[in-house]
Design a protein around this ligand. Structure first.
Ligand code: SAM
Length: 292
């Protein structure tokens, strides 16, 4: 059988079910099976893996996950895709009926109880791998909701907008480095896996895409639930073009205290916020929380 992730099979499905893709739901389906194989490799998918897939669409990625031996719990918000997934995914995988290997939850993943659903479907609390070609409008909400959830997860392998991927993996002293890089890298290891051409999707998206894997740090530098840390970092980066000293004005009105603080961090007086290392940012936020 030709994979779903090919232009010819996707087109046949679109014609058969008269699909009108919904832009607002980020419906850009993968039509390049090599990209999907690269995603599976990045996620180190092994037979028997428990996978949560966000947004299965017409099943391009789900099909390959199943063929690689994974058990897949998928969340899809568009009910029109249900009959397609039921009919187009293989009816049996190595002799096992689809229903034992694949469960579809028709709901918004951000409102779902992933921990409850995983325990029920996988019948185990072993860490799951989250794999998705994400609808781009939920990229950061989904990362943070997984970070804050009690779902035991092993890794997140996510296709996202290239620009967001660059921010997740950015290092200090680069344009992309900012609050998102810091929020993620203080809790997770972020690795850029591959960049994906627009021609690998149907319909083609306007923006370029990348795949990133996120794995939890064994010893997070900041607790996942410490949202006050993230808010303070945002305030320090409020006006990126200005110096750190200037950004600190509304937070620490006393000029002397401000200068002393920046000096204590071993940062040059005219440094901009993105020039600080993650360790310096953590020290800065800690000092600000004490001083205020
Ligand atoms: N996995 C498929 C593929 O790679 O071809 C489809 C990926 S497409 C980029 C994103 C999918 O996420 C769409 O099918 C869309 O309907 C679904 N989606 C959008 N918002 C969602 C949400 N809040 N919860 C669950 N699924 C969502």
């Amino acid at each position: 059988m030709i994979p779903i992730a090919t232009p010819v099979r996707t087109q046949a499905i679109v014609n058969r079910y008269l699909i009108h893709t919904q832009k607002k739901l980020g419906q850009n389906f993968l039509v390049d099976v090599n990209v999907i194989q690269a995603i599976l490799q990045a996620a180190e998918i092994q037979p028997g893996d428990h996978v949560i897939e966000i947004g299965p669409g017409i099943g391009a990625l789900s099909e390959q996950l199943l063929l690689a031996g994974a058990k897949v719990l998928a969340y899809e918000v568009d009910p029109a895709l249900k009959p397609i997934l039921e009919n187009e995914l293989p009816a049996k995988i190595e002799g096992v009926p689809l229903a034992e290997k694949f469960q579809l939850k028709l709901q918004d993943v951000l409102k779902a109880d992933l921990t409850h659903d995983s325990a029920a479907f996988f019948q185990s609390m072993a860490p799951v791998k989250v794999v998705a070609n994400l609808p781009y409008y939920i990229t950061t909400p989904i990362i943070f909701s997984l970070l804050h959830s009690d779902l035991p997860w092993h890794s997140l392998t996510l296709m996202m907008q290239k620009e967001v991927a660059q921010r997740l993996v950015a290092v200090p002293k680069t344009k992309a480095f900012g609050p998102l890089s810091i929020a993620v890298q203080t809790r997770m290891k972020a690795q850029l896996q591959l960049e994906v051409d627009k021609t690998s999707f149907w319909p083609q998206p306007k923006v370029s895409s990348s795949v990133v894997t996120l794995t939890p740090l064994k010893q997070p530098l900041v607790a996942a639930e410490d949202t006050a840390f993230d808010r303070m970092v945002k305030r320090c980066f409020n006006q990126r073009r200005k110096t750190l000293l200037n950004n600190l004005k509304p937070i620490l009105p006393d000029a002397g205290a401000r200068k002393a603080l920046v000096k204590s961090l071993d940062v040059k007086p005219n440094a901009r916020p993105e020039e600080l290392s993650i360790a310096q940012i953590i020290a800065l936020v800690k000092a600000l929380s004490v001083k205020r």
